[in-house]
Ligand binder design. Sequence first.
Ligand code: AMP
Ligand code: MG
Length: 345
Amino acid sequence: MASKWIRSDRVRWFVCLSVSLLAIASDASPALRRYEAVEPHMGTLVRVTVYSPTEDSAKTAFRAAFDRIGSLDRILSDYRPDSELSQLTKTAVNRPTRVSDDLFAVLQASQALAQATNGAFDITVGPVTRLWREARRQGHLPGPLALREAASRTGFRHLHLDAARRTAMLDIPDMALDAGAIGKGYAASEALSTLTRLGVRSALVAVSGDLAFSEAPPGHRGWKIGIHSETLELTNAAVSTSGSTEQHLDVDGRRYSHIIDPLSPMGVVEDLTVTVIARHGLDADGLDTAVSVLGAARGMALIESRAGAAGVIVQRTAAGTRVLTSSRFPRRHGSNRGGAAVVYR
Ligand code: AMP
Ligand code: MG
């Protein structure tokens, strides 16, 4: 697949500044330049930014990162009937089935989060999310009977993992797994690891709104990540954002999110935008969705319970907008004048 890639020091003045400063500062090692590439993967655009000594090394890095994401998409997609995730719902009914390390990592993290949230986060919610996807296309709510039938084929307690044997088993037929809440964050961090292994110290991978980044760009203290109204300089972390601003269904004055509360099983109606910072995208992406289901109060308690996590919840109600920040949220660097949930550069 052709990638569109740009040397972004042509586009942004602050990058020009960093390139020239670095060239003065380091005589011994070759100057690093900023390169960016964009490719479509996982039903969205993936942007990779690297600091590399040459165009060729940047291209090699891009290819490896995009290939890693492409292979994860073939494993984790619930849109592809031939993905390992989709196949599992046929092959693993009442039969422990060996799965790849990647799929196992995603299933294991999902099950841990399901336990911690009493099923508010549930990777087995697939039959219900499919109904809601169709409902959004049609513009009306899913029928109660169809919802009840779909919900009868869900439940994280019907998914059994064996870490020693790396197997997964489902104990009812016609289940559907949906890794949409956690797969993009996992992919961003995994692609970043691929870049690190290739020797790229400073890189950022953005799978849509799920970011993972390594060391600071040369001459900077960190990657500038604007979260809600603040700009932070961060290194070696992942940032994921979840909310109903992009995908939702409006019916009779109510906005139903694409995020489902498996208990109801309806689209969440509380208007939240949740941003989570964690060491790995698997945690950041899983948590942002879990918090969206749990709501502001219980969601913030979940973030606080995770030693490696911090987050911001923006809660909009008829009374106004409230911004809740977790105790471990990094200190402010400047204001994010764009006001978007998350921007980065
Ligand atoms: P995110 O944007 O990370 O919050 O992920 C949203 C996606 O997660 C949805 O489009 C569904 O595919 C999936 N999803 C929805 N509700 C849940 C849930 N309660 N638990 C796990 N995944 C969910
Ligand atoms: Mg998520």
